[in-house]
Design a protein around this ligand. Structure first.
Ligand code: GTP
Ligand code: MG
Length: 170
């Protein structure tokens, strides 16, 4: 089982990776921090699941080296699940990639990260309406505090269980 973390640059993918795997990776407040992919793993219901953190991408049509790394991993590694980390303060721009990911035959989870900053700015997002509109599970998180990461794990576990149950795994 392989999970790919994708999303626009500087949205908190590497902090989420850190939370899920316990591996400390370089994070910083500018886009382009992750330039190569990183692999780690987490346990889900007694099963070791691989997680890959890739550079940020605005679309599946790469326009620079970093985006190319991300898109190549997606195409070649064929993950079983994609966690699309989005910046909740910049939903409209971020959803451009989400809509492309949704077209792929791979289960998708949308994680509205930086929901703390969204709250501060008075932005409220109707998660259920978004989940219905996109047809994918939506969770929210504050990667730097860990808020919402438990729920993200739970949704990951549920999807993995469904895939294993359907004999659709590995
Ligand atoms: N306030 C707030 N800051 C966050 C949150 N998640 C991440 N950050 C900060 O956002 C910045 C970017 O985090 P990264 O994990 O490096 O983002 P990334 O998506 O991996 O970035 P690239 O590798 O450049 O694509 C860092 O300064 C983090 O501390 C969050 O939920 N809330
Ligand atoms: Mg990163």
């Amino acid at each position: 089982m392989k999970i790919l973390l994708m999303g626009n640059p500087n949205v908190g993918k590497s902090v989420i990776f850190n939370r899920l795997t316990g591996i400390r990776v370089v994070v910083s407040n500018y886009p382009g921090t992750t330039i190569e992919f990183l692999e780690g793993s987490m346990m889900v219901d007694g099963r070791r699941v691989q997680i890959i953190d890739v550079p940020g991408a605005y679309s599946l049509v790469p326009s620079d080296k970093a985006e190319e790394v991300a898109v190549n991993i997606l195409m070649k590694d064929k993950p079983h699940l994609i966690v699309d980390v989005v910046d909740a303060t910049n939903l409209e721009r971020n959803l451009y990639l989400s809509l492309q990911l949704r077209e792929l035959p791979i289960p998708l989870i949308l994680d509205l990260n930086m929901i703390d900053l969204a709250r501060e700015r008075g932005i409220s997002i109707d998660k259920d309406a978004l989940a219905r509109a996109l047809g994918v599970p939506v969770v929210s998180s504050v990667a730097i505090s860990g808020e919402g990461v438990h729920e993200l794990r739970a949704v990951i576990a549920r999807i993995i269980k469904e895939r294993v149950g359907s004999g659709n795994t590995v």
